[in-house]
Structures are given as C-alpha cells and as structure tokens.
Design a protein around this ligand. Structure first.
Ligand SMILES: *[C@@H]1O[C@H](CO)[C@@H](O)[C@H](O)[C@H]1NC(C)=O
Ligand SMILES: *[C@@H]1O[C@H](CO)[C@@H](O)[C@H](O)[C@H]1NC(C)=O
Ligand SMILES: *[C@@H]1O[C@H](CO)[C@@H](O)[C@H](O)[C@H]1NC(C)=O
Ligand SMILES: *[C@@H]1O[C@H](CO)[C@@H](O)[C@H](O)[C@H]1NC(C)=O
Length: 868
C-alpha cells in the first residue's frame, strides 16, 4: 500500500483547499445568515468581522463561495448545535472537537449529503445517535467519542436508516459514551471498509456479532469496558488487524482462542484483561511477527508459559499477572523484555524480577536528539532547538486516538512523525526551524500523547524582536502506526492585538494550538492539548489564588497548596520561597528525575511552573497525610500490625524501584516518616525527592557529596565518610521500620531509638522482650506474628557498615516473607475501607508536603513561549 502516496495526495488536496479558500470571494447570503443563527445558540464564538464568512472568518473554509468546512476545535464554544446545521448543503467537514457543546445532535445532520468528516469528540452531547447519519453516504470519518450519548447504535430497518449504511466509512469512533443495548449483527457486513471500530467504555451488552469478522479491512478494534457476554468472536482471517482490546467484559468462560496464529500476521497488541479466559497460552501466539504487547492479566490461564525461541523481536511486554500459571520455560533465546507473572502460583516462592511489581508501562523516554550539533546554552526561556539554535518554542501535546502500535519505546515512529512534520512545514514555507518530540505516554483513555515543541526560524538572536516574526497560530498534526500525515495551518495578522494581549498571553501560549482532524488514511486523530508546564495564572486559578483555605503545609522551601485541575483531579503544589530558590540546573534535574520515575509506591509529579519568577512543583495529591501523622495519632488513622507491614512493604518497594529499576538509579537521601504518604487505600507512597541523587555511570557505587539528610535517620557511615551509596537509604529505612513499630521519633528525649531497642532486646524472650517499647496502638493483645523477624531485619539494615546491610530488593523480599508468615498475601492491594480508616478526620492538619528538601531554582529552559 502506497501510504506515502496517499499522504502526498492528501497534502495536495489540502493545499488546494487553502488556495481555493483564499481566492473565493463572497459567500452566499444564505450561508451568512445560517452562520449567524448558529452563533445565536452559542457562547464564546470567535469575533467574526465583516459580512462575508469566506473572508477570513475563524474556523470557516469556503469553496466557490459556499461554506465547506466548519472547524471549531478546542474553542470552547458552549451551547447547543442548532438544527439549522443541516442546511449547509455544501458542507464537507464539521469538526467541533473539544468544545463544550451540549444537548442532542440534531437529526438534520443527516441532510448534509456532502459530509465526509463528522468529528464531535470531547463535548457533552447527549441523547441518542441520530439514525439519519446513515444517510451520509460519503461519510469517511464518524467520530462521536467522549460525549454522553446513550441508547443503542442505530442500524437500518425498513425505511429507517442506520450506521450499517455507511459503506465508505473507515472510522467508527463511538467510545467513551453511555451507549447501551446489543451490537446488532446488521451493523457490520462484508461490504464495509472500516479500519477503526472503537466501541469501548460504553454500556453495551450481549454477544459480539459474528459479522464483525466479515469486515476484513479492520485494523483497530476496541470493545473493552462494556458488559459484553457470549463467546469470544472468531477473528480468523482478519489479516490487517493490528490492535485488539476486548478487556473487562463478561464473556463466557472459555479456553484461550487458538485463532491467533498464523493468520493475524499484523497483530501488534492483544489486550484481553479480565475476560474469563482459561487454559494454556499457546506458544504460537508469540510467533506473530509484529507482536509487541500481550496483556492477559486477571484471567484463569494455567499451565506453563513458553515464549518459544522464534518469538517476535518486537515483543516488549507480556502481562500475565493474576492467573494460575505454575511454570515458566527459560529458553535458549532468553526473553528479556518485561514479563509480569506476579500473583500466579509460580511466583509464590520466587523472587525473580518477573515476580516483582513491574515498572509502569509507557515510561519510555523518547526525546528528539540534536541534529549533529552541540546544543546551545540559551537565554532565559529560550530552548536550544534540534538544530542547536536558541528559540522560544511553541509547545503542546499531540494526542492520537487508538494508535495501532503499543511499543512506545520504538523511536522509528517518532522519527517518522518528525520528518513528516518538517516536510510539511517546508512545503508550506512555514517559518519553522525544527520540531522536537518527547515523552510519549498513553493517557487513561489509551490515547497516545506526545509532547511537541515547534521552533520558529529566524530567532537565533539575543533580541526578542526577531526579524522574522512568527505567524504560526495553529499547528496541527496527525500520525499513527508508522503512517503519518499532518497539516499546519497558518493564522496570521493578529499583530494589532499582540501588545494589548501581552498580559493575557502567558496562559494562552501554553496552548497555542488548535486541533484538527485530517482526513487521514491512517489511524489517529491528533489533538493538541495544554502542556504540563503550568503557567502561574493557571495554578493561581486552581488554588483559588493561593488562598488560606487551600494552604496545606509549609517547610523551609516554602508553602504547599491544594489545587483542583479542571478535570476535578486534586493536586498538591509546592511553591518555593524566593530565598530557597537555587540554580536552574538543579530545578531542571529534579524535574527530569521526577518525571522519569513512575511507580505506585512513589508520589508522582504532574507538572511544574516556572513563570513570573515563581518555581513550583505540582504533584498528585495524596489524601491521607504522612506516616508520621498516623503514628502520632494526629490523622486519626489507626494502624494495626498488618497495616504497618503493608506500609513497610510499599515504602520498601518504592525505594527498591529507585535503587534497582530506575535508570539511572536514584538514592533518596531523606527517608523518614514525614516523607511517606498514605493514599486513600492506605498504601505507602514515598515522596520528596528534593535531596535525591541519581547514580550516573561515572560514579559507580558511590557519590561524594556534601552531607544532607535528617538527623536520626542519617547513616553514620555516610556522615563520616561523605560517601553516599544506596545503603545509606537502607539505614534510614531501618530507622523508619523501628519508628513504625514503636511510634517513637528516632531521637526522643536525647535517646536514639536504635540504641534503645538494641539495649532492650532479648532474643530468648517472646517479642524479644520489646513490649514496653512497642507502640500500644499496634495491638499488643493480638498476635504479632513475624515481629521478631521484622526486628531482625531492622538490625541488619542499621549495621554500622553499609556492606553488611541488605539491598532494598532483599528487604522487600524479607518483608514479603514476614507477611506470608503473618498470613497476609503481600500482593493484594489494600483497598479495604475498614472502620478505622473511615475515622480519618477530613480536616486533619499537618501535611505530607510540609517537609524540607525542596531545593531548586534558577533557569529551566522549557517554559514560557514568547516569540515576540
Ligand atoms: C468554557 O466556557 C464556559 C462557559 O462559557 C466556561 O464556564 C468555562 O470556564 C470555559 N472553559 C475553558 C477551559 O475556558
Ligand atoms: C474460525 O473461523 C475459521 C474460518 O473462518 C474456521 O476455519 C475455524 O474453524 C473457526 N474456528 C473456530 C474455533 O470456530
Ligand atoms: C488448565 O485448565 C484446564 C481447564 O481450562 C484444564 O482442563 C487443565 O487440566 C488445566 N491444566 C493444568 C496443567 O492445570
Ligand atoms: C520499530 O518499528 C519498526 C516499524 O514498525 C520495526 O520495523 C522495527 O523492527 C522496530 N524496532 C524494534 C527494535 O522493535
């Protein structure tokens, strides 16, 4: 298939569109009046000037004086879509992605006989899908995802139209709605040419119709998160299928299908989590040449896992967590990518890496490299482009719906995307020096997000008044599965407003992009969203102007505020005080470090702000305070022995991840009870990496540094030698474990807890004779199974010499053993909300983020985009 030819043709088509749009003069009066009546129903409409919609009206494209495209992406138009929309008789594209439309989709939409693209994604449309859409015989792209649509998916019946009539459609994106009822077998037929069928995250019931197998052109099939039942469909012969997700449905309990091989030759991704599969996973599955990801967790698969010796060389992830697998065949051609076998009988007494909590997926860290040049040291706010010129880049996020691949670590996709973006901007003579892509991740809806920076050309000077002022307002891109196409649209002539809008612009520019839906022959709908670099204004808004009511703690570095993102997600914002700001390099390092670590036992960084002289870090909000608050009784959470063991295990796993799985490994340097936070399920999360040090290749084994940390927790060997190793964290962790069982501070009334316990300990007695010292709240009257072993472990952690202390991985293993001894499964998540958990007082004071060690400042190069 000539994908590049296709790309080329589409680009040509688009250029033609533009040319026509520019030469057209004077729309018919009819379209003008229609647009005005459409506008009447809406708020936040663009400020249209003049009486000719074809004369530069934002969002309107004309051909031969008729409106052919209405593109209002991300404009936050609010209100109802008027039924008069059906009267734009020449309309070919209707794109309202990411606005705030509500109410139903008017039935008259079926009158738009010329429509090829209908994109209403990410609004609040409700009601049912109009059956009249079936009349849109030229429709290519049907995109109604992420709305509140309900009712059944309409199919034709006698004189009533339905979606089965859309024989030219390649995309059915109906996911993330409230659609219900059966997927009728009439919906699909061999006459269709669908590539994407996205029906996930709805309330669909019943069988998946066999007729789906007749759509031989299908590439991406998402049926996950519905209430589908019946048998798993037979997909034999679907040679183009590359991404299948059927997770979280209640199919009949059945043997894992054998139809994978060899016909599904294009398959990259198979996701069948929680689908009641049983039996043995066939070796042949792994032979599919393009296979990258297999997710079969939470099923009843049993027997042996054998990846074989001829497995796909693109294979990156096999997740079989929580099944009944008893063995794993280690073959000559060892499989060394991620394999997850946690919570299988095989892992009960096994401490192989694949039995551990895995690194989170999607933390591949692609970033565009310099183009054979040495990056420049740029001025404040400027960034060295891939061509090593300083510029103020436009930043945004490219979002791709349902990409056809899942190996985010394969740079070939991004390099291809980058080249296409450049080719296009060159063909359009746009003033673009280069583009840079980084940090590809999957968001919670399985969309692929890639951070984008576009560097304008002609800015490589000290002065902001560049000779070639940038006039790009909107950047649009699209890509998927190795096929890429994209468009850049120019919006010029806004100079007059520039000066006036300078002040407002700070936040605008974080999202200088609109989204567009190219008539793509490939898989994805791209969208550009706000970057994770927050502006000061945004954070001010989210925290109610940093109000007292939002204040949740403070420390040497400054204050911590609770904020709410527009999505409703709670965040904690650390706002540095001027005095505690340090060099830019440190700030950058910390952010880079933090954005690389992802683990459920580590507090995650959401973003940062480096704006208007402020430095802030934005974290996920962890609701249940610090471990210290719980131990001191301040938070009202009671911790019995079991809960303490789980907390110790969680914190140990977080640390083991930092030491053993993070790349480069990270030493925390400030492990203490105020740095362990408790989430809503009382899982431990290690926080505050302000003092953390990465272990580079050049400092094998240890780093010589100025001694920092907290008295009482600090490793005496490190204190004396100034040589920092991972074992220093192990020492602090030992002290933390003692605090966990005694609820005493490490140094209390001049006594050091390690000595106190060592003195009182009598190994010949029950509980080593420590009853007096233990925290009464631990439940002394209950049996404290494993406590002695726990104390033994502590004593090894606080050995004088680091070399004699265990590694964090061993500590994890040991705590897991102790938990098993105490009759607890170390791998079950604590999700219970037991009585004492509910005692948690909501307004508890004192907060996790109120600790020391928030040390950074200076210039962080990625920040404000200020091209003029
Ligand atoms: C969108 O518009 C509505 C109402 O006009 C407003 O309340 C809301 O804050 C706007 N959202 C954004 C992100 O601007
Ligand atoms: C699946 O379909 C193919 C042909 O379409 C057929 O040969 C095969 O027997 C079917 N498999 C099952 C398990 O029904
Ligand atoms: C695996 O489960 C199947 C039932 O799905 C059963 O017939 C088979 O004996 C089991 N195999 C092993 C090795 O336990
Ligand atoms: C990366 O993707 C390309 C294109 O799909 C593929 O040919 C190549 O083998 C992949 N590389 C790796 C290391 O998986």
């Amino acid at each position: 298939m000539g994908r590049s030819t296709q790309l080329f043709l589409l680009l040509l088509l688009f250029i033609q569109c533009l040319v026509i749009a520019l030469t057209a003069n004077g729309a018919t009066n009819e379209d003008y009046l229609l647009l005005l009546s459409l506008k009447d129903e809406l708020k936040n409409t663009p400020d249209w000037k003049g009486a000719d919609p074809c004369d530069n009206w934002v969002g309107i494209v004309c051909t031969n004086s008729r409106v052919t495209s209405i593109i209002f992406t991300s404009m936050n138009l609010t209100g109802k879509l008027s039924s008069e929309i059906g009267q734009f008789s020449e309309l070919q594209t209707l794109n309202l992605i990411g606005c705030s439309f509500s109410g139903s989709i008017p039935d008259t939409i079926g009158n738009l006989q010329r429509l090829t693209i209908l994109s209403l994604t990410n609004n609040s449309f409700s009601g049912s899908i109009p059956a009249s859409i079936g009349h849109l015989s030229e429709l290519y792209w049907l995109d109604l995802a992420e709305n509140q649509l309900d009712g059944p998916i309409p199919v034709s019946n006698g004189n009533t139209p339905g979606l089965d009539m859309l024989l030219h459609a390649k995309h059915f994106h109906l996911d993330h709605n409230k659609l219900s009822g059966n997927i009728l077998s009439k919906l699909f037929s061999s006459k269709m040419v669908l590539k994407h069928v996205l029906l996930n995250s709805n309330n669909l019931i019943g069988n998946i119709p066999d007729t789906l197998g007749l759509v031989q052109t299908l590439e991406v099939m998402f049926l996950s998160n519905n209430n589908l039942t019946g048998p798993i469909p037979n997909l034999t012969g679907m040679n183009f299928l590359n991404y299948v997700d059927m997770s979280n449905n209640s199919f009949d309990v059945s043997e894992i299908p054998q139809w994978f091989s060899p016909t599904l030759e294009s398959l990259t991704t198979l996701m069948m989590e929680n689908t009641r599969l049983r039996g043995q996973v066939p070796v042949s599955l792994f032979n599919l040449a393009n296979l990258q990801t297999v997710i079969l967790r939470n099923n009843q698969l049993n027997g042996t896992i054998d990846v074989g010796t001829t497995y796909s060389n693109q294979l990156q992830l096999i997740d079989l967590q929580n099944n009944s697998i008893v063995s794993f065949v280690e073959t000559a051609r060892g499989y060394n990518k991620t394999l997850i076998l946690m919570d299988n009988p095989f892992c009960q007494n096994n401490y192989k890496i694949y039995c551990m909590v895995p690194q989170s997926k999607g933390n591949s860290t692609y970033s565009t490299l310099p183009n054979n040049c040495v990056p420049k040291d740029c001025n404040f706010g400027q960034v060295s482009s891939p061509n090593c010129k300083c510029a103020y880049p436009y930043t945004g996020t490219l979002v791709f719906r349902a990409p056809s691949f899942s190996d985010l670590g394969n740079s070939s996709y991004y390099i291809h995307l980058q080249e296409s973006l450049m080719n296009y901007s060159q063909s359009q003579k746009l003033p673009v020096d280069s583009v840079s892509l980084s940090n590809p991740i999957k968001d919670s809806s399985e969309n692929l997000e890639i951070s984008l920076q576009v560097f304008p050309s002609g800015q490589d000077q000290e002065s902001k008044e560049s000779k070639n002022p940038l006039s790009i307002g909107i950047i649009i891109g699209a890509a998927a599965g190795g096929t890429v196409l994209l468009l850049l649209v120019l919006v010029a002539g806004v100079y007059a407003f520039r000066q006036k809008r300078r002040a407002e612009r700070a936040s605008d520019q974080l999202n200088p992009f609109a989204r567009w839906d190219p008539n793509s022959g490939s898989g994805g709908v791209p969208q550009l969203k706000g970057a994770r670099c927050f502006s000061f204004e945004e954070l001010k808004k989210y925290t109610n102007k940093f109000s007292e009511a939002n204040f949740i703690g403070s420390g040497g570095y400054g204050k911590v505020y609770l904020g709410t993102l527009p999505t409703g997600k709670l965040i904690a914002i650390k706002r540095a005080q001027t005095e505690s700001m340090q060099g830019g390099i440190e700030f950058k390092t910390e952010i880079e470090l933090l954005s690389r670590v992802h683990h459920k036992n580590l507090v995650s960084l959401i973003g940062f702000c480096f704006d208007q002289g402020e430095e802030m870090l934005v974290y996920e909000y962890v609701p249940n305070g610090t471990l210290k608050d719980s131990l001191s009784g301040k938070s009202g959470i009671s911790l019995d022995w079991m809960r303490r063991l789980k907390l110790a295990l969680g914190a140990a796993r977080g640390l083991a991840y930092l030491h053993e799985l993070a790349n480069p490994p990270i030493i925390h340097r400030d492990i203490k009870s105020t740095n362990i936070l408790l989430d809503e399920h009382l899982n431990a999360k290690v926080s505050d990496f302000g003092l953390s040090k990465p272990m580079g290749d050049d400092n094998k084994g240890h780093i010589s540094t100025q001694v920092k940390g907290t008295m009482g927790y600090m490793d005496p060997e490190y204190y004396m030698s100034q040589q920092l190793t991972e074992k220093s964290d192990v020492y602090s962790f030992g002290v933390l474990m003692l605090e966990l069982i005694t609820a005493r501070m490490p140094i209390e009334r001049g006594k050091y807890i390690v000595r106190v316990v060592q003195m009182a300990m009598d190994k010949t007695k029950v509980l080593y004779n420590l009853q007096e010292i233990l925290d009464p709240a631990i439940g002394l009257q209950t049996s404290l199974k494993g406590l002695e072993k726990f104390v033994d472990l502590v004593m090894r952690c606080v050995e004088e010499s680091g070399a004699n202390r265990p590694a964090m991985g061993d500590v994890v293993k040991e705590i897991e053993n102790i938990m098993q001894l105490a009759g607890l499964n170390p791998n079950t998540e604590s999700t219970s909300t037991s009585a004492s958990y509910e005692e948690v007082s909501k307004g508890s004071s004192g907060h996790p983020y109120s600790n020391e060690g928030f040390e950074y400042s200076g210039i962080f190069p990625i920040s404000k985009i200020d091209p003029h």
